[in-house]
Design a protein around this ligand. Structure first.
Ligand code: PEP
Length: 251
């Protein structure tokens, strides 16, 4: 474990009715937090306000799963950073691989979304990760560097202060295949080296880098033991209160 405050974040994706979300957040507020980590959950938009209301007074912070790059306008079905913040979000995911691959979010779009989130004071959890094909072709580090370079283009270190990065190998998301702790460490160290080069060593040292991709109660301890792993972004197991509680309270 590092000197950076760890973060355990749950991405609820397109799951849970309002009642299910309310039950889950209520259970999580009683989960304990023995490691004093930051805890974040990202419910779907329909549950955002309810979850934020129920999380009030607890240690749990609430994130949107995405935001549009405009504050308002004719963008049917989209949610702006203003609306996400109004509903109680303090953070937002940007660039989750499902946004990139299913919805076609390009680096350029993601760059505009980061700008919008920062403009409204939302803390960005910027997701990067390679496909299996890219990994097998030996392109992992270059793909990730390019996602960081283009997605965070034109922002100063000052603007990006507090940024959270999530390394999520696409081949490990929702597949049950987890990167080994050494594979995660290798990429996290490369991301930190990139941040030191692109911004400053101090920025790199302060930035939290989360691992995501089939994190479970059974593998979180070994992943969190790695020097450059500052937390986890959890999908499937964040929907099960006891499992996510165990992940929050990793050993
Ligand atoms: C995710 O969606 O960010 C994720 C990591 O999912 P899972 O934990 O289910 O692989």
């Amino acid at each position: 474990m590092t000197k950076r405050t760890p973060i355990i974040a749950g991405n609820w994706k397109m799951h849970n009715t309002l009642a299910e979300s309310a039950a889950l957040i209520t259970a999580l507020t009683k989960a304990g937090n023995k490691n004093h980590v930051e805890i974040i959950v990202a419910p779907s938009y329909t549950s955002l306000a309810k979850v934020a209301e129920l999380a009030k007074g607890s240690e749990i912070q609430v994130a949107a799963q995405d935001v549009h790059w405009e504050d308002k306008g004719a963008f049917t079905s989209a949610v702006s950073p203003v609306q996400a913040k109004d509903a109680g979000a303090t953070h937002t995911l940007i660039g989750h691989s499902e946004r990139r691959s299913v919805f076609g979010d390009t680096d350029e779009i993601l760059n505009k979304k980061v700008a919008a989130a920062l403009r409204h004071g939302l803390t960005v959890i910027f997701c990067v990760g390679e496909t299996l094909e890219e990994r097998e072709a030996g392109k992992t580090l270059s793909v990730i560097e390019s996602q960081l370079k283009n997605g965070l283009k034109d922002f100063t270190e000052e603007q990006l202060k507090g940024l959270i990065i999530a390394y999520e190998p696409v081949w490990a998301i929702g597949t049950g295949k987890t990167a080994t702790p050494d594979q995660a460490q290798e990429v996290h160290a490369a991301i930190r080296a990139y941040l030191a080069k692109a911004y400053s060593p101090a920025f790199a040292e302060a930035t939290r880098i989360l691992y995501g991709g089939s994190v479970k109660d059974s593998n979180v301890d070994e992943i969190m033991a790695k020097e450059d792993v500052d937390g986890a972004l959890v999908g499937g197991q964040s929907l099960i209160a006891e499992k996510f509680a165990r992940i929050i309270n990793f050993n």
